[in-house]
Design a protein around this ligand. Structure first.
Ligand code: ADP
Ligand code: MG
Length: 474
């Protein structure tokens, strides 16, 4: 699978010509990001980083990832509704992790008041790598599932066209015609539109809850525009705006300066740095409201690393999804080894194992957004330091996935064109809508392939490490 473009990847002249075409095609197609210098203005923009060549992905694993997505939607939804499971699973974490504890407090508070809305909208992205076995066979291994602010569904709806053109320029029209169509933006919008419709007010708007620094606005605009195409009004607001303009009426309808909000779609809110006291107050207001939250706070908690680790424990899936043995088998087949570091014998043993052989593992805190995990020597140092303290509980341990690298060019503005050894991560978008007890929508909504140079252990596209890619099925 490493050798898809062997004949051209070292042909400097061909690569230079194709790269020039690729960059202009990306700009024309709208694969865009604002610049670091002017992150909140669109006067000067640039292309979002992407690979010159599509990356080879084993067809069987790609199909496996699609086939399990509805199961994962079901699972996330089940976890989010299971108070006992969330309480037990996160009990040790919230003793030591203030951020998760604070989210959990809001979760309990809204349950005690009683939920004002029975419609739930879930948009997630399940991420995988292809673990390379001894005989060179690859296996699909889930890295994590993102249940809040899963991004790049918009921009990646436009990358296949760019790669199709690049392959043609390189004399590979036949291969170009095999690149799959992909439109997560449409799929995400479909879910949001369904939730909006079930809310049941023509006048009410969809609110994108956005960041203070909005470099990735074009990714969001792709989804917004799909909603406008359906004649659904969209507004963009920050937590700060909610604090200043938001209010609830007697039946907990959410208003922003007098405008009723049907759906809150969070593209922000998953890192602790975002929350000062006013923003926590805004978050609570949104969660208490009758607006459909995507995700609601329970679903955000369902996406924590600690929950992921407990899901892999023998017997847990059976308890959460009774009567779904086939879904359980499909889900479990994607799990990598995951280990608790809670206080006690099991945690002691795993901590010792990881200290002895750190390259086998990844150490993960309860954080999202990339750049938080620990590897190799650093993993060993940190574990040595915390192995006898309760702080250990705020991490989980995971088997390190080792994909087979392939050569590619990572195209980034202001960066030299050079070949890199790369590995890829495949994400499948999932969308579901539940009304009361009934799932009225449950779909896979498209895919995202991100690729990075092997020297980076961690990090996504927004973190400046990975770039957008297109799968070429082999
Ligand atoms: P985050 O919530 O910060 O995105 P992830 O679990 O997705 O956390 O990890 C971030 C990145 O670290 C991933 O995109 C992947 O590149 C790398 N990574 C995470 N887990 C593993 C693993 N088990 N093996 C190899 N790389 C991993
Ligand atoms: Mg991730």
């Amino acid at each position: 699978m490493a050798a898809a473009w062997q004949d051209v990847v070292r042909d400097a002249a061909a690569v230079r010509e194709a790269a020039a075409v690729a960059v202009d095609a990306a700009l024309l197609a709208g694969v865009l990001m604002r610049t670091g210098e002017q992150p909140n203005a669109s006067d000067v923009v640039n292309y979002a980083p992407f690979t010159l060549l599509p990356s080879a992905v084993p067809r069987a694993l790609f199909e496996q990832a699609y086939a399990v997505q509805q199961d994962f939607n079901l699972l996330v939804d089940a976890v989010s509704q299971n108070r006992e499971f969330l309480e037990q699973t996160l009990a040790s974490t919230i003793k030591v992790d203030d951020f998760t504890a604070r989210l959990f407090r809001i979760y309990k508070q809204v349950l005690e008041e009683g939920l004002a809305q029975t419609v739930v909208l879930g948009i997630n992205r399940s991420d995988y790598m292809f673990d390379c076995g001894l005989e060179g066979t690859a296996a699909l291994r889930q890295i994590e599932i993102n249940t809040i602010a899963a991004s790049f569904g918009g921009l990646t709806s436009r990358t296949a066209d760019v790669h199709r053109l690049v392959l043609k320029v390189l004399g590979k029209s036949e291969e170009a015609s095999q690149l799959l169509p992909n439109n997560p933006a449409k799929g995400l919008a479909l879910g949001i539109a369904k939730a909006w419709e079930l809310y049941g007010s023509q006048r009410a708007v969809v609110m994108f809850l956005v960041e203070e620094v909005q470099r990735n606005i074009f990714d969001q605009r792709c989804v917004e525009n799909e909603l406008w195409n359906r004649n659904i009004r969209v507004v963009r607001k920050r937590f700060r705006d909610v604090f200043e303009q938001g209010s609830l009426d007697a039946s907990r309808r959410l208003y922003m300066d007098g405008q009723e909000v049907a759906v809150v779609y969070y593209r922000e809110g998953y890192v602790p740095q975002v929350y000062d006291e006013q923003n926590w107050e805004a978050r609570l207001l949104l969660e208490r409201s009758r607006a459909v939250k995507c995700p609601d706070i329970a679903t955000q908690l369902a996406g924590t690393k600690k929950v992921q680790q407990e899901l892999s424990r023998q017997g847990t899936l059976e308890k959460l999804l009774p009567g779904h043995p086939e879904a359980i088998a499909r889900i479990r087949a994607t799990f990598a080894g995951l280990y608790s570091l809670d206080e006690g014998e099991e945690g002691d043993r795993m901590a010792a194992t990881a200290i002895a052989d750190p390259d086998r593992f990844v150490l993960k805190p309860q954080r999202e957004g990339g750049g938080n995990n620990l590897y190799g020597e650093e993993l060993r140092e940190v574990l040595e330091k915390i192995k006898d303290s309760p702080e250990r509980t705020s991490y989980i341990l995971m088997d390190k996935i080792k994909p087979q690298p392939a050569l590619n060019y990572l195209l980034r503005a202001h960066s030299p064109l050079q070949v890199s050894e790369c590995i890829s991560e495949l994400g499948i978008f999932g969308v579901y809508v539940r009304q009361g007890r009934e799932l009225v929508l449950n779909q896979a909504a498209g895919h995202l392939l991100r690729t990075k140079a092997i020297e980076h252990a961690d990090g996504g596209v927004a973190a400046g490490v990975a770039v957008l890619d297109t799968p070429y099925l082999v």
